[in-house]
Design a binder for this molecule. Structure first.
Ligand SMILES: [Fe+2]
Length: 149
C-alpha cells in the first residue's frame, strides 16, 4: 500500500530529536491512512488516539525546549500549537459522533505540519541547536523522559 505521506529530508530542521518526532507523527498519519482505506473503525480509533496524544506530547516537549533555549518568541509559537490542538480536538469529537474525519484530518495535518516545520520550527532552530550543544550527555534523555514515558 502506498504511503499517505513519505517523509523527505527537506523537512528536517537539523535538530535530530525534533526531526525524529516529526517523522513519528508522519508514521502515525500513514497508519491512520492505512486503517481508513481498510475501513477498520477500531484501528482508526486506536491510531487517532495515539496520533493526538503523541502530537500533544511533541508540542509540549518542543515548547519546553524553546523556553530552555531562551527562544524569544516561544509564547507565540506555543499559541500556534494551542490553536492547532483545538482544531484536531474538534475533528476528534466529530469522529466520536460517527463522522468520517480521517481524510480531513490527514490533509489538515499535512498542510499545517509542512508549513509549521518550514517556518515556525525552522525559526527556533538556531537557538535550540546552540543551546543543546552546551548540554552534557544525560541531559537529552532526562528531558525526553519528562515527556515521553
Ligand atoms: Fe512547533
Amino acid at each position: 500500500m502506498t504511503l499517505y505521506w513519505e517523509w523527505d529530508d527537506s523537512l528536517n530542521i537539523g535538530v535530530d530529536v525534533i526531526d525524529r518526532q516529526h517523522q513519528r507523527i508522519v508514521d502515525y498519519m500513514n497508519q491512520l491512512h492505512r486503517a481508513h482505506v481498510a475501513g477498520q473503525r477500531e484501528k482508526i480509533e486506536e491510531v487517532l488516539c495515539g496520533l493526538l496524544d503523541y502530537t500533544e506530547t511533541h508540542f509540549a516537549f518542543e515548547e519546553d525546549l524553546m523556553q530552555q533555549a531562551g527562544y524569544p518568541i516561544s509564547a507565540a509559537h506555543q499559541q500556534v500549537h494551542k490553536s492547532f490542538i483545538k482544531r484536531i480536538h474538534s475533528l476528534y469529537r466529530q469522529h466520536q459522533q460517527g463522522d468520517d474525519v480521517a481524510a480531513r484530518l490527514l490533509s489538515d495535518l499535512r498542510i499545517w505540519l509542512t508549513n509549521h516545520i518550514r517556518n515556525d520550527d525552522q525559526d527556533y532552530r538556531p537557538f535550540v541547536s546552540k543551546y543543546m550543544k552546551r548540554q552534557s550527555g544525560g541531559w537529552l534523555s532526562r528531558t525526553l523522559g519528562r515527556f515521553f514515558s
